[in-house]
Design a protein around this ligand. Structure first.
Ligand code: ADP
Ligand code: MG
Length: 696
């Protein structure tokens, strides 16, 4: 095989399976693999040997420190670096790393969001090695992916419930497969996260407090041009961005992150990166690393990378599509094959999935709720806040026929004649791309399109995995007492009844239309428009029971997560409101006052000369009125924010933020933005949308 830079460097910073095979004694390697494959705990002797091999490898790669890399409830990753260096009595140092250090760490848990689970006086937390995600080197630090739990074993992170939900799904999916005579070693979820982001000039980023502190613009008049010319999507990538993307690919590939597709997105300055899918929790780890690299490497090219869901009004925001499927020893369980109507195993899993989405639509919506994502969902640029399933031309007829107790043939891919002899005829894909659906079947996987660009996908995968596990179990119960001869008929009845009972969640039409909103209401589908409406699903007793049943989260953990999410919403909006008041008082007002003063002076000077200057006079008046209203609206926002902050109950506080503070933010923004359109460019204290979105 021809070697090139990519094949040589791919995975060079990851302690891979091949490295382990090469460096560990054979019995140790075999035992390690067995416990990983079977999801069993690792004993200390094995851990010591792995730690030694890992350290030797890391030292050869120039590492000096190690860290337990984990994902507290703020959703981003955390690390504390410890050196391998161990001083000896003779004044020299040894580089040491033990099995215990590999397996377990003890960070102070009190300084991470914990939703009240841990009081400061009992702050101890543990990080625990997750051997399913390989260790890697980042900036001379050996990073060991870990789960983060409290002293008493409650999950304090995003990863622990994710791993638990993967176990639940694997257990139940294996039971389903056993009924079909299959006994795979492993059933895993596969996840392919498509990451959208913006790149703007770092100098613009630095010049705006809202971008620096909140990751999004809180002010800004509408640019002269937006995305209406549809020229950015898939457009030629500008050379500076291309150079950035190349280095990003190189760095990700070294970490064995299979970055595959990159392109310009719909909004100006917006881009997307999609990796090849991987096992669920690994894909999510890798997405977090990707997000970190995006931000860090951007600065090498004079860019700032914005991962916020809505950096700019007037153009699209950014999402992160969660492509999801299940795989049994490498076989995709959502592959319909040429005749889905006869593929009973596929139909069972499809039915389970549809029932899972319908029954737990509220939880799925909850899992993607955030202050940032509220700007996207339902704003005609991303799916609505209503969860529905798109099946498309290939599967909808099959499902409809099954409900009618008929036997339908799936649509064959059609041959299309393009009318140009030189172009080869092509097959029309069976599933067209309905971009407006939140949960779309795309050939052999589902694409959940609601997550926001800066979210950790663990939350929505926890919900999906657990909800599907529940339905798989329901299937097993349904067929439990039937004889082998009856299995086909009973299983088919399960499929038919499930499709019938959950048909209301299937919708192939335009999800952006107002008719759909009305129709969804008629069908009784939840439409949880904002985060404060969506979050309480997490503490709904029925939902807590679901998580408890599958040992994914217990009641205390659900409550803690709810509190952490509710508090985060209020905290983010509080910060945004603070920044707005600050910018209004310290940047916009002084600038507009200066500018209007200059004009007033000019008007006075002209008057002395007998020059009328009616336009300037009017402008000075308008600017002064603008100053008055910005002054008042900033004071009003400040007061409303202070009021909201005082509320002790997190649920009530979020509602007040949504209903009182956000409207006050919108009013202040409108007042400032209207001044931007009439002030001189020179006086304006921050870069405009025109500058930031259309840089050269
Ligand atoms: P599109 O933009 O049309 O949605 P992309 O190629 O950008 O498509 O992204 C599709 C994503 O889906 C990729 O990350 C891909 O690896 C992933 N994917 C493909 N098959 C599966 C699967 N079986 N399970 C999970 N993800 C998958
Ligand atoms: Mg895409």
């Amino acid at each position: 095989m021809a070697q090139n830079k990519v094949t040589e460097e791919y995975g060079s910073l990851v302690f891979s399976d091949a490295d382990m095979r090469q460096r560990l004694p054979k019995p140790t390697y075999k035992e390690l693999n067995r416990v990983i494959k079977e999801n069993k705990p690792i004993d200390l002797d094995i851990a010591n040997e792995v730690a030694h091999a890992m350290k030797e490898w890391a030292l050869e790669k120039g590492a000096t420190h190690f860290t337990h890399w984990f994902q507290p409830l703020n959703g981003i990753t955390s690390e504390k670096h410890d050196s391998f260096m161990t001083p000896q009595e003779d004044g020299t140092v040894l580089m040491a790393f033990s099995g215990k250090e590999l397996v377990q760490g003890e960070p102070d848990a009190s300084s991470f969001p914990n939703g009240g689970l841990r009081a400061t006086f009992e702050a101890r937390g543990y990080t625990v090695w997750d051997p399913m995600s390989p260790a890697f080197i980042k900036d001379e630090v050996l990073c060991i992916p870990t789960a983060f739990i409290s002293y008493t074993g409650e999950a304090l992170d995003k990863k622990t419930p994710l791993l638990r939900s993967e176990v639940a799904l694997e257990t139940q999916a294996k039971r389903v497969l056993a009924l079909f005579g299959r006994e795979p070693k492993r059933v895993v979820t596969t996840v392919g996260p498509e990451q959208e982001y913006f790149l703007i000039k770092e100098s613009d980023f630095e010049a705006r407090a809202d971008l620096r502190l909140c990751g999004r613009t809180l002010f800004g008049a509408e640019p002269c041009k937006g995305q209406e010319l549809e020229e950015h999507y898939f457009g030629a990538i500008r050379p500076s961005v291309n150079a950035f993307m190349k280095e990003l690919d190189d760095e990700l590939w070294k970490l064995a992150i299979p970055a595959k597709t990159k392109h310009n997105e719909v909004a100006p300055c917006q881009h997307e990166l999609a990796p090849v899918f991987e096992q669920g929790s690994l894909a999510i780890d890798n997405n977090l690393l990707t997000m970190e690299k995006l931000k860090l490497l951007a600065t090498n090219y004079g860019f700032a990378c914005l991962e916020h869901e809505k950096p700019f009004a007037y153009v699209n925001g950014s999402g992160k599509h969660d492509n999801w499927s299940m795989s049994a020893d490498g076989r995709n369980l959502l592959e319909p094959g040429p005749h889905p109507e006869d593929n009973l195993q596929f139909l069972v899993f499809l039915a389970c999935l549809i029932a899972a989405v319908d029954e737990h639509a509220d939880l799925l919506r909850m899992s993607v709720a955030s202050a940032g994502n509220d700007h996207r969902l339902g704003a005609n640029e991303a799916p609505p806040a209503i969860v529905s399933v798109f099946l498309g031309d290939a599967l909808s007829p099959v499902v409809d026929a099954l409900i009618r107790k008929e036997h339908a043939e799936a649509h064959e891919g059609e041959l299309m004649d393009l009318g140009v002899p030189a172009l080869p005829d092509i097959f029309r894909d069976n599933t067209d791309r309905n971009r407006t659906s939140p949960f779309a079947f795309t050939g052999n996987k589902f694409e959940f399109r609601m997550p926001g660009s800066q979210q950790n996908l663990a939350d929505c995968n926890v919900v999906l995995n657990t909800a599907v596990a529940e339905q798989c179990e329901r299937f097993c119960d349904y067929v439990a007492n039937c004889s082998d001869e009856d299995f086909y008929a009973v299983a088919m009845r399960f499929v038919r009844h499930t499709f019938r009972d959950h048909h209301k969640v299937i919708f192939d039409g335009n999800g952006y239309s107002d008719q759909w909103e009305a129709e969804a209401e008629r069908r009784g589908l939840p439409n949880l428009r904002t985060t404060p409406e969506a979050l309480p699903a997490l503490i709904d007793p029925a939902n807590i029971a679901l998580f408890e049943k599958y040992s994914v989260l217990d009641e205390a953990e659900c409550h803690a997560r709810y509190i952490a999410k509710a508090e985060k919403y209020a905290k983010l909006i509080n910060i945004e409101a603070n920044v707005m008041v600050h910018m209004a008082r310290h940047e916009y007002l002084p600038a507009i006052i200066d500018y209007s003063g200059d004009i007033a002076t000019a008007v006075a000077t002209k008057a002395e000369l007998g020059i009328e200057a009616a336009v300037e006079k009017q402008l000075a008046k308008t600017l002064t009125a603008g100053i008055d209203s910005i002054y008042e609206l900033a004071a009003e926002l400040d007061a409303k924010n202070s009021e909201a902050r005082k509320i002790a109950d997190p649920t009530e506080r979020d509602l007040v933020y949504r209903d009182n503070v956000i409207p006050a933010m919108e009013s202040l923004r409108a007042a400032v933005d209207s001044m931007e359109t009439i002030c001189s460019k020179d006086c304006w204290p921050v870069p405009s949308y025109n500058d930031m979105l259309f840089y050269v």
